[in-house]
Structure formats: C-alpha cells, structure tokens
Design a protein around this ligand. Structure first.
Ligand code: KG4
Ligand code: ZN
Length: 396
C-alpha cells in the first residue's frame, strides 16, 4: 500500500476510502504546498526505487545500497495496444495510472522492504509520451514528498546505457555503447570519466522502428521486433537478400529506410500465396540486413575509437540473432562484451534506478516542480553541457 499522502497528491482525497489517512495528520499542516524544497539533511545512501512509465510499460524496481537489483517488476500494456498496431498515448496514460501503485508496491514487497526503507527515488523524466511520463513523474514526486526523500529525473536513454552495468558492475571504461531501441540507434564512446561522446546515429528510422514497421508490412503482431525474431528462426536469412545500408565509407551513422522500402516492394511483387509461404524467409532476410549493419558498425566504432569493450543496450538488443552475432564477433575479436539479460534490454525500471543511483550519489537532486519532458535531450547530446536535465552536474 502506497502511503496515503501520496494517493492524496495524485488523485485528491478519496471520499470513502477506508485506507485513506489524512495527509495533514501524517505530514503536518504544510502538506498542501505545491512547491517544496527537497530534504536538506545529509543524505545517507540506501535502497532506491526506480520508476519507468515513458511508453507502454509500467515498471518499478528497487536497488540495494550496493546497486544490486532486489526487484524488477514490469507490467506490459501490449495486450491493450495490440489491436491498434502501435501505442495509443491516451490508453497508455490511463493504464499507467491504473497499475503504477500496484507495480511499485510489488517491487517493494519483492525486495522485502518497507516504504520507509527507501532513501531515494529515480523516475524517467523523458523522452517519451508526455501523458505517460507525467504519471510516473507525479507519482515519484508525491512519494518522495510523503517519505521525505530526494527524487531525481532520469533520461530514458541514460537509463538504457546504465543497464550495461547492472549485471556486470566491473564492465570497463572506456567502451563503445550501442543503444538500439524503438526511438534510438545511437553509437557512443563512453570515456574513462563516464562522459558519453556521440559517434553516430540513425538518419531516419531507429532499428526498433524498422523492426516494428517491417512486422506491420508482414502482417505480424505488435510489437514487431519479437514477432520478426520468432518467425525468422524458421527462415533462411540467405534466401531473400535485402540491401544493407553502410552510407559513406567510415560512417558510423545508420539508415534503415531503404531496407524497409525494399521489403515493401518485395511484398508488392509477390503473389498473395508466396507472401504467406515465404514469410519466414522474408523475416529472416530482413532481420539479417538490420542486425548485420548494427554489428558491423558497432565493431567498426570499437576499432576506430581504440576501446576494447562494447555494450549493446535497448529493446532491440533482445534480438536473438543480433545477440548471437555479437557474441561470435566478440569471441573472434577478443573483445569484452556487455549484453544485458533480456529483462534489462526492453524498458524496465532497474536501469532507471541505476542511472538515478549515480545521480543521487553525485549529490544531484531534482526540485519538486520537475516536470515530464517528452523530448528531453540527453545531457551528453548537448555539446558542452553535462548533467541530468533540470539538475546540475554529470553522471554519464
Ligand atoms: O527499449 P525499448 O523497450 O523501448 C524504447 O525505448 O523504444 O525498445 C522497444 C523496441 C521495439 O521497437 C521492439 O520491437 C524492439 O525494441 N524489440 C525487438 C526485440 N524485442 C524488442 N526488436 C528485435 N528483436 C527483439 N527480440
Ligand atoms: Zn527504452
């Protein structure tokens, strides 16, 4: 059960709720202030709650003081959005509101902790769907206020990057990080000090988008990435060739619009019956074209940067063919590879808690009036600037 004061901040005092405790009773008469300062007393590190609601997963996770993941609860809304072939923002916000309280309570319960054991909260501030982010940010702020603990707003992208160290805290720096998700295909060089320098990015679709749009063309279910991954296992990746876009020589940028158009034209040129009978070969060839470019460019970035380690994160890093190719190449090139377990690839709150933990330890705090930022830039994408949005200092 979430502290009653939090429920009041989120939804207003319920009229007939047996669980409701008068917040003024709990927190004192200043409770109804809208802008409040964060706790000023010295912060003692302890368990941290992470909250993620940027798209269609409601997730909460508790990290122990040493960064160990004590719980990682994810409620997916795929069943809600499936019949629309994509995420419907309004439905996503509604579903987050309905499940955030239970998901957070479950994360606490599975961690074996009480609300009062928490010492900080990290929440995805952006980028993402505005209404969806708002649910997490407001919930986190209310909870932090009720518990009198600090809150930090985390960039979703920085969360994905932090996921590379969840399972392997000793993974070395410098390294190259490939972020491949529904919204990003970015290659970074993460310096020994932790700062990320952008090496390359997609010029059009993100890799996840290419999977999702390709799946739509093939008549597969949403989300498309896992559907193509499953179907491709029954197909021959060499049977139908698809173009692989490397752009100019030495470029670390990506482009996936060509392969998507090639799939469309191939399908249009096929009789209806072949589209079905050859679906597995089409999926396998299409997937191969995407993942081969990802692998080639990631390893090219490692070579050209002089790093000896590569981390691949984000939803697309769950792809079984991509994982197999990366593992083979890492062995043959004697390279240290961080490929997070599947639960940390697609959207989750453990990665947000991990990024937030660094921020809190660095002394960063968000003011209580932080807001969701649908198009939040990453601190390291703003040249010269460092630090989480709305905060000061650097963590990545
Ligand atoms: O990181 P993520 O969960 O959310 C974003 O931040 O976007 O990534 C979602 C993307 C979707 O495009 C989804 O189709 C893709 O990751 N994805 C996959 C696989 N699992 C998820 N793509 C290819 N193969 C998969 N197994
Ligand atoms: Zn994501």
């Amino acid at each position: 059960m979430v502290p009653a004061a939090t429920r009041a901040v989120l939804f207003g005092p319920p009229q007939n709720d047996a669980c409701f405790i008068d917040p003024i009773h709990v927190l004192g008469k200043d409770f109804m202030m809208t802008t409040v300062e964060q706790p000023t007393s010295a912060w003692v590190p302890g368990p941290i709650l992470g909250i993620e609601t940027s798209c269609d997963e409601t997730a909460a996770s508790v990290l122990a003081v040493d960064g160990t993941v004590l719980s990682n609860i994810i409620t997916s809304q795929h069943a809600i959005h499936q019949r629309f072939g994509g995420v419907v923002p309004e439905l996503a916000s509604r579903a987050h509101i309905e499940s955030i309280e239970d998901v957070s309570a479950e994360a606490l319960q599975q961690a074996g902790l009480a609300w009062t054991d928490l010492t900080g909260i990290a929440v995805t501030q952006g980028p993402g769907l505005a209404g969806a982010l708002l649910v997490g940010v407001n919930y986190a702020k209310a909870l932090a206020y009720a518990l009198n603990i600090p809150v930090v707003g985390v960039s979703h992208l920085e969360g994905h990057i932090a996921s590379a160290w969840l399972q392997d805290p000793a993974f070395p720096l410098p390294c190259v990080v490939l972020v491949v998700s529904g919204g990003h295909t970015h290659l970074y060089y993460k310096e020994p000090g932790g700062h990320c320098r952008l090496l390359g990015a997609t010029r059009d679709d993100a890799a996840g988008e290419a999977f999702d749009k390709g799946a739509q063309l093939l008549g597969l279910e949403y989300p498309g990435g896992p559907a193509i991954d499953r179907l491709a296992r029954q197909g021959n990746p060499e049977a139908i060739a698809f173009p692989r876009s490397y752009l100019r020589k030495g470029s670390l940028d990506f482009s996936f619009s060509g392969v998507k158009t090639a799939l469309l034209y191939r399908l249009q040129a096929m009789p209806e019956q072949s589209r079905t009978s050859r679906a597995a070969d089409l999926a396998a060839g299409y997937q191969e074209a995407i993942v081969t470019v990802l692998v080639d460019k990631a390893f090219a970035a490692v070579r050209s940067s002089g790093a000896h380690a590569l981390a691949v994160v984000g939803g697309v890093s769950a792809n079984s063919r991509l994982r197999a190719l990366l593992q083979q190449r890492a062995v043959s090139e004697d390279l240290r590879l961080s490929l997070p377990p599947l639960a940390y690839c697609t959207d989750n709150a453990a990665m947000i808690a991990a990024a937030g933990r660094q921020a809190l330890r660095a002394g960063l705090r968000a003011p209580m009036d932080i807001d969701a930022q649908a198009s939040m830039a990453c601190s390291f994408d703003l040249s010269g600037l460092s630090g989480f949005s709305g905060l000061s200092g650097s963590s990545c």
